[in-house]
Structure formats: structure tokens, C-alpha cells
Design a protein around this ligand. Structure first.
Ligand code: CS2
Ligand code: MG
Length: 402
């Protein structure tokens, strides 16, 4: 079997997605997500101009060899653009291998280690009252884990808090919008929100919170301590992840678990945090970390150090990425949680998929391969539209330095 075509499809059914579709001479096809929020066209060009010509004529069964060829062959290592492009190829090749073997991809990864993939949803609101309504909505839907984000009094707008429910779109403008940040207001407010949620919903519902890299290590340590009475499952991205040793300070002060890694691209980004047991959950996912092949390597390293998976699953990761993530989540021994932000109906129409939600779990499709595809005719109806993530400034106008 040989690869005869590879198409890069850019579509915007409510938000931008980049998808690679690999076609073989025997008519078997595979899909891979290549979406990099706010920088989509860079990956599309990397694929079209520098990767697709190298794929034509290759044997699609050689997944590891193709990964090494693209990674080592580029000479320029790592980075989100390169690794998202490699991820798309890798994911599409796993899809093809599953179809050829007539097995769902999780069977090729060792089979299921659990009955379903526990997911968490996003309860967010401007006020604590709004947040309580949203948490109740997720409890009613059967969710076993819920991320809680609340507006901060005195700040006009908070990242991660939106008027949309069940999903939201953080890339909100054709040129970046701006938000204002105050660490003092934030640190004063967040523990009061979790106190109310615990009062209302009891001690055992799994609760999470995303700090979006806004604090310094000592500030994050204080937040972690102040949240200890509310027993969070994790505090996410408390500080920027470029400085792994900064996490030592957080660890010295708090038992609130830490989750990190949605912006990581390789095992080397995560290695020190994992080896020193500075985190509890690694959040890297398929599309931004070199595909199923490389993400499995990260999860295996994590398993040696008592770190669980907690993959990113926001709306900018397409249903193709979600399908791939679910197969891996189902198979690995050290699965923790999977983020699940639902997509819009338009996105679901462009990406027909067989994974399904039931009673707090996601279940991958049982069909051969990943169980997801792209409807190219539907995709063509939604042309690319520039959209960027917001920029944060402090109250005095400084661009937030970390
Ligand atoms: C967030 C995302 O889901 C999360 O944990 O951090 O909203 C993230 O900011 C976006 O996916 C960025 O593209
Ligand atoms: Mg996050």
C-alpha cells in the first residue's frame, strides 16, 4: 500500500480547524488534526509546502519510521507548528492502520484498560450564582468532574468565563482583544467561589480550576494552600510552564494537585516536571504533541513517576483530535481525566464521528480506525476566518509578563 494523496483542509464551522486527509492507492483514507489556535495557517503551510511532498509514495504502515523521518529530517527540532504537523500525519496513519487491521485504534494500543473515559466539563459564570447553576447543569448531565471558573469582581472580563454554555470559544476576534488582570482581586475571590460550590454540592464531586498561567510560583503556592480545604482534583497551569524549577516552590507549600502541559509539544518539555514529580497530571494532547506515537511516550514516562494523564480537550481541538485522544485514554494504565468541551452543531456536521457521551464517560467508536472523518463538501462551506486569543494586561496597562 502506498500514499497517493494528502489533502490539507482548512475550515471554519464556527472556529478554524486544519485537517490532514491521507489517501492510499487502495482507497483507504486516514485523518489527522493539525489545528493550532490563532496560528492555523502556519501549520497548513508547513504541511502543504514541506510535508505532503515527502509523503507521496510512502508506505502508510510505517508509522514510527515516518514519525522519525519527519522529526529528525526537519533538523529544526520541536515547536508547536512542527509538532502539530507531525501529529496530523501520525494520527492519520494510525487511522489507516486501524482500518486495514479492521480494529478500532485502542485495540492496536493494547486494548481497553477501563470501561469508559471519565471527562470533565466547564462550569463558568460571571457571578458565583451563575457558577452554581452551571455546576448543577453538569451534575444533572451525569458529569463526575467539573472545572469551575468565575468572573472576578472589579475586572470587566475573565479568560475562561463566557456567555456560551457547554462550550465556549476563547479565540474571539479577528485581531486580539484585550483583558485586564489583577492577581490581588483574583486570589481574594477564587477560594470563596469554591467554598460556595462545596457547600452546595458536597465534598466528593471532583472539582478543577484553570489558572491559565497567570501567577508567579509563590502566588500559586498561596492559591494552592487557600484551596486545600476544598479538595480540588487539580489546579491547572498555575504558572507559565517555561520554568520547570518554579514548580518546586509550589510543591513545597501545598498539597493541591497540579496539572500542566496543554502548551507542551514534546516529551522534553515535560520531562523535568515529571521526573521530579512536580506535577500530578500531564495535559498534553495528540494534536500539539506529535500525535498518538509521541503522546504515548509522554504518558509512559509519566506512569513511571506517578503522574496521570489529563489531556486538553477545548473546542480548538477538533473532533479528530478528540477521537484519537479517546483511543489512547482508553488504553493507557495511568489515565486520569479527559477534558471535554462540546463542539457546535456545525463542527459536528463537518466532522462526523462515532464517539459518544454517556453518564460522565466518553466512549470511542467501535468502528475500525479512529471512527471520525471530515465531510469535505460541508467543510468547503465554511472558509477560514482569522481569530485570535486575547492578550492580558495588568491594571496599569503592562502586558502580563507571566
Ligand atoms: C484552556 C483552553 O481548556 C483549557 O484548559 O486552557 O481554553 C485554552 O486556553 C485554549 O484551548 C487555547 O487555545
Ligand atoms: Mg487550560
Amino acid at each position: 500500500m502506498r500514499i497517493v494523496d494528502a489533502r490539507v483542509i482548512v475550515t471554519c464551522p464556527g472556529r478554524n480547524f486544519v485537517t490532514l486527509k491521507i489517501v492510499t492507492d487502495e482507497g483507504v483514507t486516514g485523518v489527522g488534526d493539525a489545528t493550532l489556535n490563532g496560528r492555523e495557517l502556519a501549520v497548513a503551510s508547513y504541511l502543504r509546502d514541506h510535508v505532503v511532498p515527502l509523503l507521496i509514495g510512502r508506505d502508510p504502515a510505517r508509522i514510527e519510521d515516518t514519525w522519525q523521518y519527519l522529526y529528525q529530517g526537519a533538523y529544526w527540532r520541536r515547536g508547536p507548528v512542527t509538532m502539530s504537523a507531525i501529529a496530523a500525519v501520525d494520527t492519520a496513519l494510525w487511522d489507516i492502520k486501524g482500518k486495514v487491521a479492521n480494529l478500532p485504534v485502542y485495540q492496536l494500543l493494547g486494548g481497553r484498560s477501563r470501561d469508559g473515559v471519565t471527562v470533565y466539563g466547564h462550569a463558568n459564570g460571571e457571578t458565583v450564582e451563575d457558577v452554581l447553576v452551571e455546576v448543577a447543569r453538569y451534575v444533572d448531565l451525569g458529569y463526575r468532574a467539573i472545572r469551575v471558573q468565575c468572573g472576578v469582581p472589579g475586572l470587566p472580563r475573565t479568560y475562561g468565563v463566557s456567555a456560551d454554555k457547554l462550550f465556549y470559544e476563547p479565540a474571539d476576534a479577528a485581531l486580539p482583544s484585550e483583558a485586564t488582570w489583577s492577581t490581588a482581586r483574583y486570589l481574594a475571590h477564587v477560594p470563596t467561589v469554591f467554598a460556595r460550590v462545596r457547600d452546595e454540592f458536597g465534598p466528593t464531586l471532583r472539582l478543577l480550576h484553570d489558572v491559565h498561567h497567570r501567577l508567579s510560583p509563590i502566588e500559586a503556592a498561596r492559591l494552592g494552600k487557600s484551596l486545600e480545604p476544598h479538595a480540588l482534583t487539580w489546579m491547572e497551569d498555575p504558572v507559565p510552564a517555561e520554568l520547570p524549577e518554579g514548580f518546586r516552590l509550589i510543591r513545597q507549600h501545598t498539597t493541591t494537585p497540579v496539572a500542566v502541559g496543554e502548551v507542551f509539544n514534546t516529551i522534553w518539555d515535560a520531562a523535568q516536571l515529571i521526573r521530579e514529580q512536580l506535577i500530578d497530571y500531564i495535559r498534553t494532547t495528540v494534536v500539539h504533541a506529535g500525535g498518538i506515537t509521541h503522546l504515548r511516550r509522554i504518558f509512559d514516562l509519566a506512569a513511571l513517576h506517578h503522574v496521570r494523564s489529563g489531556s486538553h480537550g477545548a473546542t480548538d481541538l477538533s473532533p479528530v483530535c478528540m477521537a484519537a485522544a479517546l483511543h489512547l485514554d482508553l488504553a493507557i494504565p495511568n489515565f486520569g481525566l479527559q477534558e471535554y468541551m462540546r463542539h457546535t452543531d456545525a463542527t459536528d456536521e463537518v466532522f462526523p464521528h462515532g464517539y459518544r457521551y454517556a453518564d460522565g464517560y466518553l466512549h470511542p467508536a467501535e468502528t475500525p480506525g479512529l471512527g471520525v472523518d471530515i465531510d469535505e463538501e460541508a467543510a468547503a462551506r465554511y472558509p477560514y476566518a482569522p481569530a485570535y486569543l486575547p492578550v492580558n494586561r495588568l491594571e496599569d496597562g503592562t502586558v502580563h509578563p507571566w
